[in-house]
Design a binder for this molecule. Structure first.
Ligand SMILES: C[S@@+](CC[C@H](N)C(=O)[O-])C[C@H]1O[C@@H](n2cnc3c(N)ncnc32)[C@H](O)[C@@H]1O
Length: 244
């Protein structure tokens, strides 16, 4: 079996955004939160830092990005240099579930990594600890667009809910859902299917690599799962919350 981080490094080698959100929708999130040169953002599990670099380059925001996987932090640093925003994007290699003593922020985000707190409720708690008064919380999260089969729900392992159930989790955490930007089926197809091609290209270039068989097996399995029961049932969106 190939390490999950390594698999995604290969499968998402051409992706700057490691979730189904398009750049257009990502920028919409920034506009909704009225980001400007005074905004300070903390992004937990920032991946390749595209959101922070774009928000710095186009909206002037300053940020700290945290990710546990060194290669994506290296990608994020390179992107900050490319977009000329190194002075506004600080990158920290660390486990975002650990207390990092980073202070408080106007925006705290975690897109596509709610497992860091053992699920959505736990991750909201981690995020809230970094949130200043009236801060925006941005959570990129899976929801069930249609009721999942028992097998699919079990496979995902984590408790996801439909949209109303997701709202319940926010309300139970004392947070106000004030906006949301959801992805559509085409966004998901672009995110998922582009990974198949990235893996195919990697396999062509790494025929004798010791991980080749495991990478191919993971690609084959994830592609089959996507086409069998995930497509159309697994939804994804950015939920925009306000701290009390
Ligand atoms: C699906 S990607 C999302 C990346 C980024 N938020 C984005 O949307 O482009 C999940 C990210 O979570 C990171 N990650 C996983 N566990 C983590 C942890 N405990 N602390 C920090 N980052 C973590 C992975 O390295 C990966 O970059």
């Amino acid at each position: 079996m190939v390490d999950v981080h390594r698999y995604h490094e290969i499968a998402e080698s051409t992706h700057r955004i490691m979730n189904p959100l398009t750049l257009e929708r990502l920028m919409l999130v920034g506009e909704i939160c009225r980001l400007n040169a005074d905004s300070r953002i903390l992004d937990l599990a920032c991946g390749k830092g595209e959101m922070l670099c774009q928000f710095a380059a186009h909206l002037g925001a300053t940020s700290v990005g945290v990710d546990v996987y060194p290669p994506v932090i290296a990608n994020a640093r390179a992107r900050a240099i490319e977009l000329g925003v190194v002075d506004r994007v600080e990158l920290v290699e660390a486990d975002a579930a650990e207390p990092l003593g980073l202070g408080q922020f106007d925006v705290v985000s975690c897109l596509g990594a709610s497992w860091i707190g053992g699920g959505l409720a736990g991750t909201l708690q981690i995020m809230t600890d970094y949130a200043g008064a009236r801060a925006w919380l941005l959570v990129g999260e899976v929801y069930w667009a249609r009721p999942p089969s028992t097998e699919l729900a079990t496979r995902y392992g984590q408790e996801f809910a439909d949209l109303a159930g997701t709202l319940d989790i926010f309300e139970n955490a004392g947070l106000d859902l004030v906006e949301m930007v959801l992805t559509n089926s085409d966004d998901w197809d672009r995110y998922a299917a582009s990974q198949w091609l990235n893996v195919a290209d990697w396999l062509d270039a790494n025929v004798d690599h010791p991980d080749a068989a495991a990478v191919r097996a993971e690609r084959d399995n994830s592609r089959r799962r996507y086409l069998t029961d995930e497509r159309g049932t697994v939804g994804w969106g950015v939920f925009i919350l306000r701290a009390p």
